[in-house]
Design a binder for this molecule. Sequence first.
Ligand code: ADP
Ligand code: MG
Length: 238
Amino acid sequence: MIKMKNVAKTYPKGVKALRDVSVTIEDGEFVYVVGASGSGKSTFAKLIIREEKMTRGQMEVCGYNLAKLKSSDVPKLRRQIGVVFQDYKLLNDRTVFENIAYALEVIGTKPEEIRPRVMEALAQVELELKADLKPTELSGGEQQRVGIARAIVNRPQVLIADEPTGNLDPKTALEIMRLFYRINLQGTTIIMVTHNRTIVNKVHNRVLEIKNGEIVGDESKNNGSLQYDYNSGDYVVI
Ligand code: ADP
Ligand code: MG
């Protein structure tokens, strides 16, 4: 669960990025965060992963009280949360396999567990056959799939993605969205910052709208749900 109560974030030079945010996100939800550029969406995401500290308020993320979280406990919090970036942030001098394995190595996963875990994550994003390629040999959509595999390889409770389809064409964006839906169906909470209203409007989900540092909308839409269609072999909105 993620709970914010009267949370504010003011950056050093006085920019009030978030003003008074109170919201609860339950385990297993799929939440979109929308709003104009500069409204505070990325700050919202950064507070959750403790990339930035809130200035005021209370926050609980995956059982951790962020107001009291010691710096030495930040890695424990981060282990519960996978992060997907708009620009993928892959290491271009390493292979796909090595990029994902690295996420496990830094947290001290036993060497014999690394290969099966990486291959399982690659299977989830349907990239097993590209394990030995370098990111520069992949399309943008494939690079983002590697980014997703890296984010889920540690089996986090929560996956946060800040405009993950921002650099992709609409068709590729939809393929990426299907992966997020599938991961959500397996129980992972998804928080996705996006500009893409067409994607947002397509399926059953919750939409938090941020404007000028405040949540001005919190709608749970139900425009159908996502189901696996055996004929097309894909997820469809019904
Ligand atoms: P969004 O993701 O919705 O575009 P952000 O959360 O990135 O919005 O930014 C919200 C506001 O905070 C903007 O005015 C932005 O310029 C400011 N801001 C973001 N990051 C920083 C920072 N590290 N230092 C100072 N101001 C920042
Ligand atoms: Mg942003």
